[in-house]
Design a protein around this ligand. Structure first.
Ligand SMILES: NC(=O)c1ccc[n+]([C@@H]2O[C@H](COP(=O)([O-])OP(=O)(O)OC[C@H]3O[C@@H](n4cnc5c(N)ncnc54)[C@H](OP(=O)(O)O)[C@@H]3O)[C@@H](O)[C@H]2O)c1
Length: 242
């Protein structure tokens, strides 16, 4: 089950897994986009509409996905948002939206999938960011970095309560995603004036170098994590410096 599979990395991972022979449920809010991904993936994919900010939707969607797949042995949590807003302008509503999507949704979908993941001694992989653990927070993305740091701790908390499931934090550097709807839409809400303000700072501080990860490397890493017998608490994948 790939949560956040209607665009970007999650879409590429979902399609990549189907092409590798997995049966995969693709979850997200935009049903038309999920249907499009299912068509591209071919036999073995199913679309399930899910809003991770809504607990009833998480429960119903994960149940629907597990029913369709006849159980589940893997969860990839790719859903995430990262508004480009300075902390001083981050409203209570925006804080909640970021945390509901990036942290609470991860907890709720995991809880809903847990009986199936436990029965199969399965795996759960959560996409985190270098900005939460490898670098200082990036100016303008404070709420995002704080939420990903919370996600990192959430993965550790699941590990101590449920050792029967292999929980992994997958820390990623910059990627543009794939082609078409596989391109990342992570920055699509960003205001261009704010990008112009913050990008030079990120460049100067070395947060971005111009190098981006090939999304196929991320897909291959996730397939490797799903297939290894080893316990992998955390992994980091970054682009090589130019
Ligand atoms: N791109 C990068 O360079 C990068 C680097 C490090 C980490 N990451 C992480 O990788 C993950 C994927 O990022 P991306 O670049 O692929 O971004 P993206 O193209 O914007 O994809 C985000 C996905 O999250 C889903 N989503 C957002 N809100 C949701 C909600 N309330 N309920 C269900 N699904 C929701 C979106 O689907 P709907 O809108 O259809 O719901 C979409 O499928 C994120 O967690 C991001 O933090 C990305």
């Amino acid at each position: 089950m790939v949560v956040g599979a209607s665009s970007g990395i999650g879409r590429c991972v979902g399609i990549g897994l189907v092409r590798q022979g997995y049966e995969v449920a693709l979850l997200g809010r935009r049903t038309d986009r999920l249907d499009d991904a299912v068509s591209e993936a071919g036999a073995g994919a199913v679309a399930v509409t899910c809003d991770v900010r809504d607990s009833a939707s998480c429960t119903a969607a994960l149940e629907q996905a597990c029913d369709a797949l006849g159980g589940a042995d893997g969860l990839v949590y790719s859903a995430g948002i990262g508004p480009l807003v300075p902390l001083v302008d981050t409203t209570p509503e925006l804080w909640r939206e970021v945390f509901d999507t990036n942290v609470v949704g991860a907890a709720l979908t995991t809880a809903a999938a847990l009986p199936h993941l436990a029965a199969s001694a399965g795996r759960a992989i959560y996409l985190s960011s270098v900005s939460a653990s490898m670098t200082p927070p990036w100016p303008g993305l404070g709420a995002y970095a704080v939420s990903k740091a919370a996600l990192d701790k959430l993965v550790e908390a699941w590990r101590v309560e449920h050792s029967e499931v292999g929980f992994t934090r997958l820390v990623l550097g910059d990627t543009a995603g794939g082609s078409g709807h596989g391109a990342t839409e992570f920055t699509s809400s960003w205001d261009t004036d704010r990008v112009a303000e913050y990008f030079p700072i990120w460049l100067e501080r070395g947060h971005v170098s111009g190098a981006v990860l090939d999304v196929d490397q991320i897909v291959a890493t996730i397939i490797g994590l799903l297939e290894t017998d080893a316990d992998v608490p955390s992994m980091t994948v970054m682009p090589r410096p130019p």
